[in-house]
Ligand binder design. Structure first.
Ligand SMILES: Cc1cc2nc3c(=O)[nH]c(=O)nc-3n(C[C@H](O)[C@H](O)[C@H](O)COP(=O)(O)OP(=O)(O)OC[C@H]3O[C@@H](n4cnc5c(N)ncnc54)[C@H](O)[C@@H]3O)c2cc1C
Length: 333
């Protein structure tokens, strides 16, 4: 066990965690940022970010988080490459078990561990994510002016992505593995009524073509009248195989919040695993705060994540100050 008791540990080094780190470090809380397995978070998966305030020419996702990291470090934030594997949050100080085998104690915790978009497992997706393949139409639709694009999914978020894309793309094809949508009636009706949106039922994506330089240029789809055609395709059974030329592909098959380590703790999660916040960024466990995509199923944008990160740091600072914890006076759990 690390002998020190930290005032504040921030789990996650995406924009939410970094923004919290800047605020907390400037308040002399000397936060320790645990970077997790993906230092810099989801933005490192994308090339251009055009909707973050202050960059009229856009900014690379990696550059944006790198600058944030430098900014936080300048004010005294410490960084460690480690993920929280397990957390004991019943008593304070909280105890965190890390992927490195170490254990830490902290008086307060900001959870900014993000949510990972589900990928479908098509060939080529590792290489093309962020280069024509995306999980965020609000972020990347404007790059597809005049393109033909695919949206993979059949729920509300797939309909939303398709409607956003239809403002820019020439055509949007929703690829869904069943013959019925999971989306709500109203969202399905809006998407079906749009001239630029069409549907391919009982169809799945199995391969993406293109290069990181040229982006996505095509895709291979498989179809079978019984639905879920990929199973048949992988078993070598008869399916229709379609090669299509497209300039972009969007996955809209859900997000998984990175909260496994919170499952057995007093921090309440919603049915999908997002942290439930009570007032602003406070959670159901006093001293634990949440920021960014891990607590926000609706907006999922860099700027909104940075905003909640700042709020979480201010909330944590106030909470620590109210209990006179900051200043090294221990408070009862
Ligand atoms: C391809 C793509 C393009 C995008 N483009 C844009 C865009 O143009 N504009 C825009 O506004 N938004 C964009 N987004 C969305 C944006 O990236 C997210 O909204 C934002 O990154 C959320 O920030 P976050 O800090 O909440 O989480 P994340 O960025 O997901 O960061 C989570 C952090 O938590 C860490 N972590 C995870 N588990 C643990 C653990 N157990 N312990 C410790 N640390 C852990 C990870 O290593 C990571 O550092 C895009 C997303 C994607 C995927």
């Amino acid at each position: 066990m690390d002998g020190d008791i930290h005032d504040l540990v921030i789990a996650g080094s995406g924009v939410a965690g970094l923004s919290a780190a800047v605020y907390a470090a400037r308040s002399d809380l000397e936060p320790l940022v645990l970077e997790g397995d993906e230092p810099g978070g989801q933005l490192t998966l994308t090339t251009d970010v055009e909707n973050y305030l202050g960059f009229p020419e856009g900014v690379g996702g990696f550059e944006l988080v790198q600058r944030g990291r430098e900014q936080a470090a300048r004010f005294g934030a410490e960084f460690q490459i480690a993920a929280i594997d397990a957390a004991s949050l019943d008593d304070r100080p909280f105890e965190l078990s890390l992927s490195t085998g170490e254990r830490l104690r902290t008086r307060s915790l900001i959870v900014a561990t993000g949510a990972s978009a589900r990928w479908v497992g098509a060939d080529g997706e590792e290489q093309l994510m962020g280069n024509g393949l995306s999980t965020c139409a609000t972020c990347d639709a404007a790059f597809h002016r005049g393109n033909d694009v695919l949206v993979v999914g059949g729920g509300d978020s797939a309909m939303e992505e398709a409607l956003v894309l239809a403002k820019f793309a020439d055509s949007v094809t929703v690829v869904h593995r069943r013959a019925e949508l999971r989306a709500s009636e109203i969202m399905a009706r809006r998407a079906r009524a749009h001239d630029a949106i069409e549907f391919r039922w009982n169809t799945e994506l199995v391969e993406l073509r293109g290069t990181p330089e040229d982006g996505v240029t095509g895709a291979t789809l498989v179809a079978h009248p019984d639905g879920y055609p990929r199973e048949n395709y992988e078993a070598g059974e008869d399916v229709e195989v379609l090669d299509v030329e497209v300039g972009g592909v969007f996955y809209a098959v859900g997000h998984v919040p990175n909260t496994t380590f919170l499952r057995e703790t007093p921090v309440e999660l919603d049915e999908d695993g997002h942290v439930r916040t009570v007032v602003t960024t406070t959670t159901t466990r006093e001293g634990v705060f949440a920021a960014g995509d891990v607590m926000d199923r609706r907006y999922r944008q860099a700027i909104t994540a940075a905003g909640t990160g700042a709020r979480a740091a201010l909330d944590a600072e106030e909470w620590l100050a109210e209990r006179e914890v900051h200043g090294r006076i221990e408070a009862p759990a």
